[in-house]
Design a protein around this ligand. Structure first.
Ligand code: NAD
Length: 264
């Protein structure tokens, strides 16, 4: 197959269904000839991930709960034994107790703080550590973050703190792995209705606010995110690392409500 990604192999972590940001990225990578493996959390998700993987020509499914380091070892072990090398890794994983994605950040429990940090931030570090030895010819690691890391977004709470840790991890990982020509970047996506997003309190209000106030006056789609994912996974971005790239219809540059935005 020809295309930007011809001959490149990568792991997609965090595909849940056809609304997932990971699906937007996987489709763009497939269009450009990438070969992909998909990791999933638990049997229930396997039933959904399997048919989607098939649509993009893959039968390589790997079970991996990213909070279980033995499962991470097994997942990257499977990649090594089947492929021997890896060119890219897409990390599209986040999780928190939805009861704490409403109300106030000050009420975050220690247990949920640690779990959210573990699954949403540390898992990138754990995945990068295991992916790097397989990226013997260089590689690209891409994760997904959100503006709630930079500014307070009501209800995003502990997830915002975890995304701040994730974005800083991108910088430290980029520095650690750069000498091996492994690039590490994040896409800061605008709000999109997905399974994970449905856990965030008043998410519909966030969507509407962004649509009315972003410079492009619309919300982004998983296609928009997919295009940026393709750019960051491919050699088109060969000089880019340690970056948080906003794909949010420009929302992050706006400091106040737009004059033409109605009250909501
Ligand atoms: P999604 O629900 O489709 O994907 C979240 C994925 O995380 C699921 O596949 C789920 O199985 C996986 N996951 C959760 N805990 C896990 C664990 N312990 N082990 C393995 N996998 C686990 O939702 P999404 O919105 O596509 O989320 C993907 C990424 O994009 C997340 O990091 C999210 O924070 C980020 N993001 C989403 C938005 C948005 O508005 N939807 C905006 C910016 C960033």
């Amino acid at each position: 197959m020809s295309g930007l990604m011809a001959g490149k192999r990568g792991l997609i972590m965090g595909l849940a269904n056809d609304k997932s940001l990971a699906w937007g990225i996987a489709q763009k990578l497939h269009e450009q000839g990438a070969e992909m493996a998909f990791s999933y959390q638990g049997e229930a998700l396997k039933k959904r991930v399997g048919p989607l993987a098939e649509k993009v020509g893959s039968d390589f499914l790997i079970e991996c709960d990213v909070s279980d380091m033995d499962a991470m070892d097994r997942a990257f072990g499977e990649l090594e034994s089947r492929w021997g090398k890896l060119d890219f890794l897409v990390h599209a994983i986040g999780f928190s107790d939805k009861n704490e994605l409403r109300g106030k950040y000050v009420d975050t429990s220690l247990d949920n703080f640690l779990m959210t940090m573990n699954i949403s931030a540390y898992s990138l570090v754990a995945a990068a550590k295991r992916a790097a030895p397989l990226m013997s010819e260089g590689g690209s690691i891409v994760t997904l973050t959100y503006y709630g890391a930079e500014k307070v977004v009501p209800h995003y709470n502990v997830m915002g703190v975890a995304k701040a840790a994730l974005e800083t991890s991108v910088q430290y990982l980029a520095n650690d792995l750069g000498p091996d020509n492994i690039r590490v970047n994040a896409i800061s996506a605008g709000p999109i209705k997905t399974l994970a997003a449905s856990g965030i309190g008043d998410f519909r209000y966030i969507l509407k606010w962004n649509e009315l106030n972003a410079p492009l006056r619309r919300n982004v789609t998983i296609d928009d995110v997919g295009g940026a994912g393709l750019y960051l996974c491919s050699d088109l971005s060969s000089g880019v690392t340690g970056e948080t790239h906003h794909v949010d219809a420009g929302y992050h540059v706006v400091g106040m409500k737009q004059e033409d935005a109605p009250d909501i």
